[in-house]
Each structure stands twice: as structure tokens, then as C-alpha cells.
Design a protein around this ligand. Structure first.
Ligand code: ZN
Ligand code: ZN
Length: 233
């Protein structure tokens, strides 16, 4: 793998999106300089909340996600550039590593890791339809989840949830349209027997994807659901 990377870098030199240095899409110096969001959000309304749980306004409504951790703001130009390069053609697949490390760091900084491990949380990357995965060649959230799984020593829950409906891109849709678009888009084929899950996604805007995934898991018997998101749009 290393040799292939060396040859590839020689033929098509890659530059750091932060400082333009040759070698990686994100050099270790620029990776270290990216600051994580230091406050927490309410998983339902996504407004700032003191502990990443439902805020006083949302507290009395039922919501399937108990706690959310968001690592970065998409409005940071370097973050936006990195995610675009990672998600869109021609894919800089290698960016899964530094982006996954940033997400892992955000989860560690909440001091919740020992709790997640003790309560046997399993990671659920937001799935793509078979067709969309084939088109891209990989599921970008699954690749992030692999890094988080290694870093945090939490297993990925494989083959638990599937995306069974092709949906329109969420961009350009309002909150209600986003909800309708994702209705019945996911399916869980087994009973989840009070298991706990940590959903992983790349970008959150209104929260409708995480909500739909969480609701589908809950309907099949999941117990606690948390979410960890790379960036807030
Ligand atoms: Zn750099
Ligand atoms: Zn709220």
C-alpha cells in the first residue's frame, strides 16, 4: 500500500488543503490546528444545550436520540473543503483517516467514552442504498466509522440497518420536505433487544437523517441512541 501511495504521489502530487504542502490532503500540522466545537447541542432542535442532551424546550417531547456530539462547523472553510474533497468525485478516500480522527477526538473530549464502552454501545454508520454505494464506490460514513471504531474500541454493528429507498439529495429541501423524503427510507430486519447505538454521520443540517435512523432502530427495540456527527451545516 505504501509503495502504491508513493508512486501515486509522484505521478499526481497531493497538496495539503490547509497549507499547500506536498504529501497529504491534510498534513499533521494542519490536522492538529483544527479546533473542535467546544459547546454542546440539543439533539432535537440543534440549538446549544449545556450537556448535549434535550434542551429545556425539547425535554418534554419524545425524541429517539438522547445525546449528540458534533465535532466541527461546516462554515469553517478548511472543514468544508476537506469534506467536499472526501465526499465528492474524484473522492479523496484517504481523508477518512484525519476526519475520523477529528470525530473520535470530539467523542473522547466529552468524557463519555468509558460510559459508551461500559454500556456496550455499537456504532451505526448511516447507510446508503446499494445503488448509491455502488455509484460512489464506498460509504463515506462507514469509512469514518471504521476509524472511530479503532480509536474508541467500540464495535461497528454490521448489517443492522439498511437504506431501502432512493431519496432525493436533502440539499435544497426544507425541514418538512426532508422528513417526507426520508420516510420509510431505512429498514432494520432483526430485533435489537435493548441494544445501545452510536449513530455516525458526516453532516447534520436539520437532523432529519439521524432522526429517521434512530426512529427505525427504536421501533425494533433499541434502547439508548446517541449520535456523533462530523460537521454541522
Ligand atoms: Zn498543512
Ligand atoms: Zn432543543
Amino acid at each position: 500500500m505504501k509503495l502504491i501511495k508513493t508512486i501515486k504521489n509522484f505521478l499526481f502530487p497531493v497538496h495539503c488543503l490547509g497549507c499547500n504542502k506536498k504529501g497529504d490532503y491534510l498534513c499533521p500540522d494542519c490536522l492538529n490546528k483544527i479546533t473542535l466545537i467546544s459547546h454542546n447541542f440539543c439533539p432535537k432542535c440543534l440549538k446549544i444545550s449545556s450537556n448535549g442532551r434535550l434542551c429545556p424546550n425539547c425535554k418534554n417531547s419524545s425524541f429517539p436520540v438522547e445525546k449528540i456530539i458534533i465535532s466541527l462547523y461546516y462554515s469553517n472553510p478548511l472543514v468544508a473543503e476537506l469534506i467536499k474533497k472526501y465526499k465528492f468525485f474524484p473522492f479523496a478516500y484517504e481523508l477518512a483517516k484525519p476526519l475520523g480522527l477529528l470525530l473520535s477526538k470530539a467523542i473522547k473530549e466529552t468524557n463519555a467514552l468509558s460510559y459508551l464502552q461500559k454500556e456496550n454501545f455499537k456504532i451505526i454508520p448511516v447507510p446508503l442504498t446499494k445503488k448509491d454505494k455502488a455509484k460512489r464506490g464506498f460509504n463515506q460514513t462507514y469509512e469514518l466509522a471504521k476509524i472511530v471504531s479503532q480509536e474508541l474500541n467500540l464495535p461497528i454493528s454490521e448489517n443492522t440497518i439498511f437504506k431501502i429507498k432512493t431519496t432525493k439529495p436533502q440539499v435544497g429541501l426544507n425541514a418538512q420536505q426532508r422528513k417526507n423524503n426520508l420516510k420509510n427510507a431505512f429498514q432494520v430486519k432483526k430485533n435489537l433487544n435493548q441494544e445501545n447505538f452510536l449513530i455516525i454521520d458526516d453532516i447534520i443540517t436539520t437532523g432529519s437523517t439521524v432522526y429517521q435512523v434512530a426512529k427505525t432502530l427504536k421501533n425494533k427495540g433499541a434502547n439508548q441512541i446517541w449520535a456523533a456527527i462530523l460537521a454541522k451545516g
